[in-house]
Design a protein around this ligand. Sequence first.
Ligand SMILES: *Cc1c(COP(=O)(O)O)cnc(C)c1O
Length: 352
Amino acid sequence: MRRLVRACFAGANGYSYAKKAEDVAREHGIDRVARLASNENPRPPTPAAIEAATAALGTVNRYPDERTAALVEALRRYHGDYRFVTGAGMDGVIETVIRTVVEPGEAVVVSTPTFSFYGLAAAAHGARVVNVPRREDFSVDPAEFIEASRGAKLAFLCSPNNPTGNSVSPETVEEILEETEGLLFLDNAYVDFSDIDYRPLMRRHDNLVLGRTMSKIFALAGLRVGYAFAPKWLEPFYRRAATPFALNSVSAAAAVGALADPDRVREVRDHVRRWRLRFRNETPFTTFPSDANFVMIDVAPCTGDEAVEHLAARGVLVRSCTSFPGLGDHYIRVSIGEEWENVRFLEAIRDL
Ligand SMILES: *Cc1c(COP(=O)(O)O)cnc(C)c1O
């Protein structure tokens, strides 16, 4: 019956998921595994988020508010007077934006190496994916990006970029916005860990979408809450294209609770920045500057897969970057975790 499956799923691999901590623990006989493979927040969400989610459970006999008005209101309180669209994780937002503007067969531009889901979602939609490689130092060549985007309705750029960790300056983003007629989806999943603020660009450009997630600094990865700053014209069409009630009411309530605790966000940011520096200084390999809650490390002459095995045997789960198209086979990506996890990683990488 395999012949029934669409070519985009029958042939290629899908999303690469991290290995399970329980499997690593069992394989190597380790009690507690340091989980540094998925860029999650190692700490549980703020009590305000847990309380709000718990209270919302009492009304799940009703469908959620399709406009997620309470969440949009909380986002305005947190960010200021912008327009927002929401979804089931930023992944859900990415999918819906593609559906809103791209016809099957049309081009979708992706700056690589980067997060794989832009290309996967575009291909699943029947779009033609156009990859634009970054320079050798992983910076973006705006002229090349603009040239590749000519005629395309949608382009994806990730900043800070997953897995390389570097950012594109707001000036470069603005240069791209001025020269492209399509929509630019700027993925800001990790922007809370950086010093950069792209939000003012929303005031000057109506072809920019800023993707955000509650999965990383806000510690709600398991609840799947994403949103985006969107131009006003896009909103009604986005809603038409979206899967009805994709963002559930418990998750939306948790997000409102999490947004109400900015002190918690600052704590996480400080912790990440402190350790990001130590990772760069204390790892005996080339590490790349990072504005995110992870660092990419060049483990040559080892391969990324070998390094992952070595670290797993010592109870540390990290991500090999071999599955990121356009990147060599000798990189790993390591998330900043809790202190004990970070210490164990630094010890384990020393004898690689
Ligand atoms: C984690 C991540 C996302 C996905 O976020 P969800 O809201 O959990 O779907 C999007 N983009 C990048 C670059 C990410 O690393």
